[in-house]
Design a protein around this ligand. Structure first.
Ligand SMILES: [Zn+2]
Length: 270
């Protein structure tokens, strides 16, 4: 898939994430350096419509997104090298994008038929995961600024927390945000990582990923303690509640699908 097509298809997921999961992310996405570091693009990921000058108009897609009282447009200046970074960005934040289930150029007939299948399958999975992430993000309700994140990078000597590499560093959730690991998007659960470690670690717990590297585990544990981050993963009851919430979303969808099917069947027969 072409990068422009991909980002336009998935922009709403990122803005939803900014709306509901991490309300501080929107300000970072307007920062040129953060956008460069994260996606390797030369323009901020998005800008408020009011700040886009007439000669910059072609650098932003026309679609506007409303959030936090702002109207923003996403940049159109993407390169193919940004595509894996965009996928990584989504994955790291636990945003499921289900690309594999969306055919690039569906035929008109296949498209009509696949819509319901997709909603029953992947889209509900996305909603379930989004709901779990939303719940996890509300625990504690911590918000942090770009400055605070920079101080975490400094704490790690501007190096990757896992392999000590310098240079291009991204945010990594030490404990992944998903319904089994129950990580949270809080400073204490975030460390700088090089892109290689970030991609290889993926959904693993930092201890599983680091294996015998006890020194690094100790450093990360100290970081968690400094920010008073107590992982909730060992809380069995909370884990059960999150699992229940996850299942409930699917049941809710099934219930409404049945109501709608019944309604449509009545319409057909009348
Ligand atoms: Zn690394």
């Amino acid at each position: 898939m072409k990068v422009g097509q991909f980002v336009r298809q998935h922009a709403h997921l990122i803005f939803d994430y900014c709306r509901t999961i991490d309300t501080t992310e929107l300000s970072r996405l307007q920062d040129p350096q953060y956008s460069k570091d994260t996606f390797d693009i030369n323009y901020p990921f998005c800008r408020p419509v009011s700040e886009i000058t007439p000669d910059e108009h072609t650098r932003y897609y026309n679609a506007t997104h409303h959030l936090h009282g702002l109207q923003v447009r996403m940049t159109s200046q993407w390169f193919s090298k940004s595509l894996p970074l965009m996928r990584q960005y989504l994955t790291n934040r636990g945003i499921s994008y289900g690309e594999s289930l969306q055919p690039e150029t569906p035929s008109p007939t296949a498209q009509g038929r696949s819509i319901r299948g997709r909603h029953r399958g992947n889209a509900i999975g996305n909603a379930q995961n989004a709901f779990v992430r939303h719940l996890l993000s509300r625990i504690g309700g911590e918000q942090f600024s770009a400055e605070q994140w920079k101080s975490v990078i400094s704490e790690f000597g501007q190096r990757c927390a896992y392999c000590d590499a310098e240079g291009d560093l991204v945010m990594d959730h030490v404990i992944p945000i998903n319904r089994t690991a129950l990580g949270e998007h809080r400073l204490g659960n975030l460390v700088p990582a090089c892109r290689t470690c970030n991609a290889t670690k993926a959904g693993q717990d930092y201890r599983a990923f680091l294996g015998q590297r006890d020194d690094r585990i100790t450093t990360i544990n100290a970081h968690m303690a400094r920010y008073d981050y107590v992982p909730i993963g060992e809380n069995e009851k909370l884990g059960q509640i999150i699992e229940l919430a996850h299942q409930d979303v699917r049941q809710l969808a099934d219930r409404y699908a049945t109501i709608i099917d019944t309604l449509l069947a009545e319409d057909d027969s009348s």
